[in-house]
Design a protein around this ligand. Structure first.
Ligand code: ADP
Length: 425
């Protein structure tokens, strides 16, 4: 039984970088748990502290109920796979898989059987006598994983194991890894900056930012009901519209959200209206995912926003449209950062603020790699309202549109970027 408890764990590197701040998590026995966040947010540091490769500055780590802060890596029964799982170049696949068992002094015949069985599970049966240099990147990574798993560790730690592979292979392998580690029953902590990887693989995800946990839960819950603006934005592709609003209590209607020149009303019978009362006259942030907006006939009865289409992009199964709606938007990175600045950020990490916004624009908004440029028409701006449309429909740039809003799926945050009230669905 190996569950992992992080009880107020922190890490300050020499030089004063607060890489991890007061992390409290309970990772259950057998769980596939993902640490997700942008580059430099402290994921690897946290994983390395669990592995025993990095000293813990404050707080406690418990493995299987026992304090493990001072345990050597060997005594933790953990196995780790890195981005470029290094293999012994002069050993075959069989030799690489066999090596940990040989070191442990296992019976050679039994070890041989285990190796063959694991190679089969990993789809490497036909390659068992090949050398690493004759394998593809994906096959090599499978061998690295097999070598970590063969000792049947109680705890399996993976640090971005797929990030050096191409997109097709990543998609294929993430399914395989998830089912493989689940079949072993090992508690698994998996680090990634890729929200799709996290959402598709995890039992639960912890979203980290600047060393602290912003939210933790099952993928579906995090997506439906994110605790902060940052989590809503990070788990969103296409990006969520983050609209700046002022909340007003209106007696016979409900809580009116004033969005520039437009309005949406959360009626009194909606339980979230009561939570919004405390924000009367104050700024709030309204998160609207593009699929919460649907093209509607003008003047329809339900809640709606209007806009003028500025650009459309073809994404295969749907169009993504950008409309000028006159509603001010906000930057997810502007909210709720920890008080002290993070002194020296990772070389690959992005700074915050306007430069970051510019960089993200250039990089395609996400923390992950930019998406391939879709077919598009017209120009769009960062403040435009994004909405998605089924592939059959295609509004033209310049067209005036009315967009029905699924009120139940609005995300409501306070001025600090924290959830005001949970979503109903
Ligand atoms: P992630 O895995 O999310 O990209 P890391 O855990 O690697 O993030 O890094 C978190 C922060 O700690 C970054 O600001 C990084 O620059 C810093 N950091 C990581 N390793 C060291 C180190 N050995 N010494 C000093 N700072 C470090």
């Amino acid at each position: 039984m190996t569950d992992v408890v992080l009880d107020g764990v922190g890490k300050v590197y020499p030089g004063g970088v607060h890489a991890v701040r007061n992390v409290r998590l309970h990772i259950a026995d057998g769980e596939l748990f993902v640490l997700l966040g942008p580059s430099g947010c402290g994921k690897s540091t946290l994983l390395r502290m669990i592995a025993g490769l990095e000293e813990i500055t404050s707080g406690d780590l418990l493995l299987g109920g026992r304090i493990a802060n001072e345990l050597s890596p060997r005594d933790r029964n953990v196995a780790m796979v890195f981005q470029n799982g290094a293999l012994y170049p002069h050993r075959t696949v069989r030799g690489n898989l066999m090596f940990p068992l040989r070191v442990a002094g296992d019976d050679p015949a039994e070890a041989g059987e285990r190796v063959v069985e694991l190679a089969r599970l990993l789809g490497l049966a036909g390659l068992i006598d090949r050398l690493p240099r004759t394998l593809s990147g994906g096959q090599r990574q499978r061998v690295a994983m097999g070598r970590a798993l063969i000792r049947e560790p109680a705890l399996f730690l993976m640090d971005e194991p797929l990030s050096s592979l191409d997109a097709v292979l990543r998609t294929e392998l993430r399914v395989e890894i998830a089912s493989l580690v689940r079949s072993t029953g090992a508690t698994t902590v998996y680090v990634t900056h890729d929200q799709v990887e996290a959402m598709t693989m995890a039992d639960r995800i912890a979203v980290l930012r600047d060393g602290a946990v912003e939210d933790v839960g099952a993928p579906e819950r995090l997506y439906r009901d994110p605790a902060t603006v940052f989590v809503a934005a990070f788990l969103s592709s296409p990006p969520v519209n983050l609209l700046q609003a002022t909340a007003w209590s209106v007696q016979d209607a409900g809580m009116v959200l004033e969005l520039g020149p437009q309005r949406l009303t959360v009626p009194w019978q909606d339980p979230r209206a009561a939570a919004l009362i405390g924000h009367h006259g104050r700024p709030v942030v309204v998160g609207v995912r593009p699929d919460v907006l649907t093209l509607a006939p003008p003047g329809g009865p339900g809640p709606a926003l209007t806009g003028r289409v500025r650009a459309v992009e073809f994404h295969g199964d749907h169009w993504l449209a950008y409309a000028e709606a006159g509603i001010p938007t906000v930057d997810a990175n502007a909210f709720g950062r920890p008080p002290e600045p993070v002194a020296a950020r990772a070389a690959g990490s992005l700074p915050s603020g306007r430069l970051a916004a510019r960089l993200r624009d250039l990089l395609g908004r996400g923390a992950a790699e930019p998406e391939p440029a879709p077919e598009h028409e017209g120009e769009h701006r960062r403040s435009d309202l994004m909405f998605s449309l089924p592939a059959g429909t295609r509004p033209q740039p310049g067209e005036q549109v009315e967009l029905a809003v699924d009120l139940d799926r609005l995300l409501l945050f306070d001025a600090d970027g924290r959830r005001i009230a949970s979503n109903r669905r």
